[in-house]
Write a protein that binds this ligand. Structure first.
Ligand code: GLU
Length: 617
């Protein structure tokens, strides 16, 4: 099963020739105008290499959706930094070039393999609710849920940002360089600008009406009143100032200092355009002061003899990916035919049944609460019971699939009750890094929706998250406890699923994706495409995706819906809904001999950027 074929090296001479990030000298202190946008000034930062979705070679690897961020990570590795250093530097850069999906105002999760100890650990940089929150914060006095879209673009959705604390913890614990050094490239990209691509232009245009409600956001992200053109240069000197503040005064500026005061003031009193009023936020400086990004043990399951490590609570990512994989192994046992040998249609059918079942259990049992039955949800006994109750290789089980009882006693007994899945939304980015010493980082970061709350911190050029809308506003089923209701200082349940796979104690694969709840199915599908369907990792990423999350319909990309698999799945009872794109994965494969294969999307979100330090070697 472990393939050794090296994928063709795809590299332009520019990368080999250039170690510089930028067209101009790094550190050239040329100020741009006072506001963001297409101000004339220093030459923009350009990556030194063409944007390609796959590259093989030595010295370390970085994969992200963005070529400038990938180049920054590669530069850090090339200069002797390790995977933690490169992950932080590249993530900070994504905060500039992907400001609608990540940044200082958001949160995320890092899974890290430390080659020195041979251990996988995680950092929880999830945003936290204010201490004033209660289970009814998002309901009106009659018990009905408040309007979701209204809450998204308001101060009330803003949680305490976790990203700076995660960077600090990762750097302190595993890094070799100062955080201030690692923030320098991002500051420079913010100051000198980057060239706008179609995705940035489209994401801005999609948010234009929302951004226009907040004059500061419009000033920074809608220069001249509209989305920056493709090919123009976008500068954000305010964001450069925010990075400088973090570099000079440390992340305590956000948790105990002036940056934090600005965040709190902005969330509590968002400045709006004439005639617009929004819910005020509730976060306080005390909430920021008590915030921590704790180090946590990863989730673990075995799949095909490999060890799969993921993100624990408050993310549901690790547990739900793990249960899906366990269910697929149970289906092999029940049918006597392994996933690697079945037809393409049967593969997608099994995959859909597994993810829908795992989502039924996720929705009932996982949240930032005490006593999440994580070990039981990840046990093969539980998966075997669920497969026995529910799986039919010829017919899709009716949705919603009932949740199971992860109580340690397994037979094929009855299930409890079905819950409809909660809603979910998308605005995230993923980053994968490996270094020459064998350290590996898989890091997913977000501000929740694309564009977050739509509220920009005045003078600092970054958007505040709307992560608190990841809570369920009301219980998803009457009479059934809901672990994901809002509460004081609680972290909303996430689907983010940065993942690292080990073979006999050595890392062989790291991956992750954005995409809200479809993150879970995307990561599981890439894993099974690679491990079971014999696809190269870049092909497993490019393969058409399907996402069944226990709702009445199953999302599928057009290549599935409009092809023979779509017709066959429909005949089996799957209600497919065509969606243009699911997820935007990045991955790194480690060969164990100093060689790496970095891989990203070929076309989704405009294609990702995969690089290695020494192409071909
Ligand atoms: N807020 C989502 C989560 O934590 C992520 C959104 C996205 O991936 O686009 O699950």
């Amino acid at each position: 099963m472990r393939r050794t074929r090296l994928y063709a090296v795809v590299v332009g001479t520019a990368l080999v020739a250039s170690t510089a990030l930028a067209a101009g000298p790094i550190g050239a202190a040329v100020a741009s105008g006072p506001s963001g946008g297409q101000t004339a000034g220093a030459p923009p930062v350009r990556p030194g290499a063409p944007k390609v979705p796959v590259m093989t070679g030595g010295g370390g690897a970085v994969s992200s959706v963005d070529d400038v961020a990938t180049q920054v990570g590669i530069n850090v590795l090339r200069k002797g930094g390790n995977a933690a250093d490169a992950a932080v530097a590249a993530a900070a850069t994504l905060g500039v070039t992907e400001p609608y999906s990540s940044g200082i105002g958001g949160g995320g999760f890092l899974v890290y393999y430390n080659a020195g100890t041979g251990r996988v650990q995680t950092i929880d940089g999830r945003e936290a609710a204010p201490s004033s929150f209660t289970p009814t914060t998002f309901t009106s006095p009659d018990g009905k849920a408040l309007d979701f879209a209204t809450i998204v673009s308001s101060g009330l959705s803003v949680g305490v940002p976790g990203t700076p604390a995660l960077w600090n913890e990762a750097t302190r614990r595993w890094g070799t360089q100062r955080l201030s050094t690692l923030l320098e490239p991002a500051e420079e990209v913010a100051r000198r600008g980057f060239v706008v691509d179609a995705t940035f232009n489209q994401q801005t245009a999609d948010n234009a009406a929302r951004f226009a409600k907040f004059p500061e956001t419009a000033r920074v992200f809608l220069p001249g009143g509209k989305a920056p053109d493709v090919g123009s240069v976008f500068r954000n000197p305010d964001l450069a100032r925010a990075y400088r503040e973090l570099s000079t005064n440390g992340v305590k500026s956000l948790y105990q200092g002036p940056l934090g005061a600005a965040v709190v003031d902005t969330a509590r009193h968002p400045a709006t355009a004439a005639g617009v009023s929004v819910y005020p936020g509730q976060i306080t400086r005390a909430d920021l002061a008590r915030y921590e990004a704790p180090v946590k043990a990863p989730t673990h399951t075995t799949y095909r003899g490999l060890d799969v490590y993921g993100m624990p609570v408050p993310s549901s990512g690790g547990i739900t990916v793990g249960e899906s994989l366990n269910l697929l192994e149970s289906y092999d046992q029940r049918t006597g035919t392994s996933l690697s040998k079945v037809s393409g249609t049967q593969y997608l059918h099994r995959f859909a049944e597994a993810s829908a079942t795992a989502f039924a259990d996720r929705n009932r049992w996982i949240g930032d609460v005490k006593r999440v039955p994580a070990t039981e949800l990840l046990s093969q006994g539980f998966a075997d019971e669920r497969a026995c109750q529910l799986f039919d290789s010829a017919t899709a089980h009716a949705r919603p699939i009932p949740f199971g009882q992860p109580d340690g006693s397994y037979s094929c007994g009855s299930t409890v009750a079905a819950q409809l899945p909660p809603r979910d939304d998308h605005g995230t980015t993923n980053l994968t890094v490996a270094d020459r010493w064998g350290n590996v980082a898989s890091y997913t970061l977000t501000i929740e929706q694309t564009g977050g709350s739509g509220i920009t911190v005045p003078g600092y050029g970054f958007l505040l998250n709307n992560e608190l809308t990841d809570f369920n506003f009301t219980p998803t089923a009457a009479g059934v406890p809901d672990p994901n209701l809002p509460d004081a200082s609680k972290r909303p349940r996430s689907s983010m699923a940065p993942t690292i796979v080990l073979d006999s104690g050595k890392p062989v694969l790291a991956l992750g994706s954005p995409g809200g709840a479809t993150i879970i199915t995307t990561v599981a599908q890439v894993l099974t495409g690679y491990l079971d369907r014999h696809q190269d990792i870049v092909d497993a990423i490019a393969a058409a995706r399907l996402s069944s999350r226990n709702g009445p319909t199953t999302d599928a990309e057009p290549a599935i819906v409009n092809g023979p698999d779509g017709a066959a799945l429909t005949a089996m009872g799957h209600h497919l809904k065509s969606v243009p794109e699911i997820g935007a994965a990045t991955a790194i494969r480690l060969f164990g001999n100093g060689l790496f294969e970095a891989a990203a999307e070929t076309t989704r979100r405009g294609g990702g950027s995969a690089q290695v330090v020494n192409p071909g070697r």
